[in-house]
Ligand binder design. Sequence first.
Ligand code: 5GP
Length: 186
Amino acid sequence: MGPEHVGTELAEVLIDEPTLTGRIQQLANSLAADYEGERVLFVGVLKGAVMFMADLARAMPCSVEMDFMSVSSYGYGTQSSGVVRIMKDLDIPLEGRHVVLVEDIIDSGLTLSWLLRTLSARHPASLEVCALLRKREALQVELDIKYVGFDIPNAFVVGYGLDYAERFRNLSVIATLDPANATTAG
Ligand code: 5GP
């Protein structure tokens, strides 16, 4: 799905496809250098991180393993509360593994903070975060995020895995939503 919805439901394209591709290749190069000679496990959080995880893994020059988990966070509307429940757990045990948690977007950081505590308790050899997007102003907790694709303004964004009521996940760009014009029906 291309950016032709911009101007109707979507306000503007924040990050276009070539920019996403280029930055993801840079992140993959950094990861490959940092984990040279190691067996790396990418852990993705469904569903938002799927596109990023798939492209990041394909941009890696070496073999990586991939696993997914699904969590539901309880909050009000678009606000995260930090209270999280695992809906689908990982298949692969983390003990002794070099784990990279692949995240779509860090907003308040509350979900990530909970995930890091939960995954650390499984005793991985190492645990780092690779997030495509970060809203710096929204961060409510101090988090050590080693790999960040883009710092973005504090606006609601969709596309490239991120949804608005399950829509726009297959948009090939990151765009801001126009709340006045967006509908929840496809
Ligand atoms: P946090 O706990 O960091 O506040 O929330 C993180 C989660 O909230 C993300 O994984 C994502 O599911 C959702 N989220 C936060 N900001 C946005 C946004 O701008 N757009 C979309 N579609 N989801 C967001």
